[in-house]
Design a protein around this ligand. Structure first.
Ligand code: ASP
Ligand code: MG
Length: 440
């Protein structure tokens, strides 16, 4: 059994929904997880804002817009009048539900109910379309099995037992459709897995029923070795480990949120990133098995601030780092990169908040220097294994780029290099040529 998750743009129009319907009919037993049609969750969030302000007019305008957009989708998606009518009736139910909320009874519960409508609608549309096409499928309501506990973590036992029961009740069905993102909380109220949570849904379901693979379908052919906005030529990465994928996700590869793959990773289920527009391409397979390529990708994160604390007393002193770290902890600012010398420590943060109070406190422990507008360039792969020479290759490629900090050995999966942001383009291009032999 497999999971196939389709994001908002992959179900963003009638034509795209038809593509999805064709893609999912490959004969394998599966659960299809859908996001809301692209833009819908944003509109619903605007409705929530307007309701919170008591701005009924705005609510009506947004619902009217949604109604018009979806009317076009229905017209293009269905063939028969009967199915068009059924779809419009279904939609009408959702719109009037949204419009039934008023300011005096608008709480967090109603908020989440409004936000849930996008996925309820997209799955209803696909299910109806499959029915019109005489494709045998069943809708699995996420609100009947997806649940988070008091800490907001998926209640795996609940998800597993309910899903297994529902699958057992439908032994003749090979194609199940369900909503991403939405769930119930420990009170049993409608809730959600936070924005972008549909990938998380796919991964949770995959882990709960132990599928062979979780496929995440988007509009990009997997993860690429470099940033296509900066360099001329990039190539898709065919295999990554979960560790490597997590590093890349943190360093700006927006394609996948690191936490969303945790359940799949814990259950050792491969996650495959595929492109709906080019379904024949292999995409990127993320699994626990390391693959041949030692250096997989480079990524960059802007908006970094570097702080150096230099103490005369650090020499042979113990407890200095603890004191410095405690200052960051008190200010709830997390540290990304660290390098130390015998007399100083340099570290980076990526907060946009005012750090003046933090700096003031740090000055108690030494001389403080701050560099803003920095970029971390991160090289990801299996860098500390078997073959030596990776670090030399990376630094060799960067021979013309002044480097502010290097972090190597923190994990075997990355080398991070801090540079001035205006050197980012030069660095990514040099690495693209030097490490991958691709056009800079
Ligand atoms: N529809 C939700 C969002 O836009 C969830 C998702 O697409 O993953 O955040
Ligand atoms: Mg989305």
């Amino acid at each position: 059994m497999v999971i196939q998750k389709f994001g908002g743009t992959s179900v963003g129009s009638a034509a795209r929904i038809k593509d999805v319907a064709a893609l999912i009919q490959d004969g394998r037993r599966k659960v299809v997880v859908l996001s809301a049609m692209s833009g819908t969750t944003n509109s619903l969030a605007e409705i929530v804002q307007a309701l919170n302000k008591g701005d009924k007019d705005v609510v009506h305008t947004i619902v009217d817009d949604l109604e018009r957009t979806y009317a076009v989708t229905v017209e293009e998606l269905f063939q028969s009048k009967a199915f068009k009518l059924r779809a419009l009736e279904m939609l009408e139910g959702h719109w009037s539900h949204i419009l039934s909320f008023t300011l005096d009874m608008f709480t967090r519960f109603e908020e989440r109910t409004v936000l849930a409508q996008g996925e309820l609608i997209s799955t209803n549309l696909l299910q109806l379309y499959l029915e019109e096409q005489s494709v045998y499928s069943a809708l699995l309501p996420a609100l009947d099995f997806m649940r988070i506990d008091q800490q907001g973590e998926p209640d795996m036992w609940y998800v597993k037992s309910n899903l297994e029961r529902m699958l057992k009740e439908n032994p003749d069905v090979d194609l199940f459709v369900t909503q991403g993102y939405i769930c119930r909380n420990h009170f049993g109220d409608i809730d959600n897995l936070k924005r972008g949570g549909s990938d998380y849904t796919a991964s949770i379901i995959g882990a709960a029923i132990k599928v062979d693979e979780v496929q995440i379908w988007t509009d990009i052919d997997g993860m690429h070795n470099n940033d296509p906005r900066v360099v001329k030529q990039t190539k898709p990465i065919s295999r990554l480990t979960f560790d490597e994928a997590a590093e890349l996700a943190y360093f700006g590869a927006k394609i996948l949120h690191p936490t969303s793959i945790v359940p799949a990773r814990q259950a050792s289920i491969p996650v495959i990133l595929k492109n709906t527009l080019k379904p024949d391409l292999p995409g990127t397979i993320i699994s626990n098995e390391p693959s041949g390529d030692f250096i997989k990708a480079v990524a960059a994160k802007d908006g970094i601030t570097a702080i150096k604390i230099k103490s005369d007393r650090m020499l042979l002193a113990h407890g200095f780092l603890r004191k410095v770290f405690e200052v960051f902890e008190r200010h709830k600012i997390s540290i990304d990169m660290i390098t130390t010398s015998e007399v100083a420590v340099s570290l980076t943060i990526d907060t946009t908040e005012d750090i003046a109070p933090l700096l003031e406190e740090l000055r108690l422990y030494g001389k403080v220097e701050v560099d803003t507008v920095q970029t971390i360039v991160c090289v990801v792969g299996h860098l500390l294994q078997e073959e030596p020479g990776h670090a030399a290759k990376i630094l060799g490629a960067l021979k013309d780029v002044p480097i502010r900090m290097i972090s190597y050995g923190g994990s075997k999966n990355n080398i991070s290099i801090l540079i001035d942001s205006h050197l980012k383009t030069a660095a990514l291009r040099a690495l693209n040529h030097g490490l991958f032999n691709l056009e800079a």
